[in-house]
Design a protein around this ligand. Sequence first.
Ligand SMILES: Nc1ncnc2c1ncn2[C@@H]1O[C@H](COP(=O)(O)OP(=O)(O)O)[C@@H](O)[C@H]1O
Ligand SMILES: [Mg+2]
Length: 324
Amino acid sequence: MQAAIGGESTVGFNAQLTLVPGDLVEVTTYCRKPLAGSPKRVASNTWLGAEAVKYPAFKLIAVLLSETHASHFQPFFRRNAELAAVALRAPNQPDRLVKFNCNAAHRRDVQAFYKLVIIPFSLPAPELLPTPNGEGLFALNCLHYRYVEGRTYSAASLLPEQARRDVIHALGKLHSIAIGNLRRLNSHQPYWAYLQRSIVRQALLSCDIGYIKTLMVMRRCIRKLPMVLSHGDLHTGNVLVDATTGKVTLIDWDRWGELPLGYDEACFLRGIPFRQALAYLPDQHALRLGFTIVSYWLGAVEGNGFRYTEQAKSMMNFLEKHMG
Ligand SMILES: Nc1ncnc2c1ncn2[C@@H]1O[C@H](COP(=O)(O)OP(=O)(O)O)[C@@H](O)[C@H]1O
Ligand SMILES: [Mg+2]
């Protein structure tokens, strides 16, 4: 099936689509680069019968289904069309979520974090299950979790009010845990490194002395803030909310690490107007400063025009008052 994007951004299909649950809809550029949100699975919250594994895109899952005797499954794709994980339902067993592409160092990092942080401090995360023996290829490269009922949201503004508060509360608990001897084998924080590099680059390219100074002052300030134990990838796609109980579960702890206080909060509340977002945070000076600087940077890397927006001005007013 092919679609054409016209000059006025209209999308037209060359035939009528008859879709059934489990089908995949992939919208790509003419170079076959998937567009944001693609591929999408039709009826993405439904469990598929094991027979649906016949689709070529699910080839990887077929072995796993037969090895675990699963009767149903739900595949999860990344934006680049790569298969990220699969939920499995097998008779007389709790549903599980198998996450792919986890090398040994990565698995050791996640297991250590569960053992020393998530379990002892009862953070709201899905239970990490032992990897069952005898799964051939998959035993080496997967992490198994208990499947948690819930849905994710595409923006923090869409999350139920109580869920937002619960996430901020859980983050407060996480940041107060001493890191002790806990160290990652994979120490890289790719997004944080990217954000810092981009800001320096943007400052220099702007050729605007005032803007360069502002961004450098922020950089100095954030370097003095406490580095705390953080989730490291807390966008709303990593927050599951149970539709009936409203219970919140934070998933995808793969990028846990030490990050500036306020980093997680800024990533999570991204898109909510600054003053409204600030109101969710406890009244802690360092947390609010870190939150504001990271929020500003997240806005700035989206485009050069950000600094002229009302949001940016409101953040700058706050920083001028509180940076001291
Ligand atoms: N324990 C779980 N229970 C239910 N669904 C989950 C669970 N873990 C992950 N998922 C689903 O799988 C998707 C991908 O998992 P995630 O750990 O976020 O991988 P990625 O690193 O690709 O973002 C999530 O967006 C979520 O929909
Ligand atoms: Mg994720």
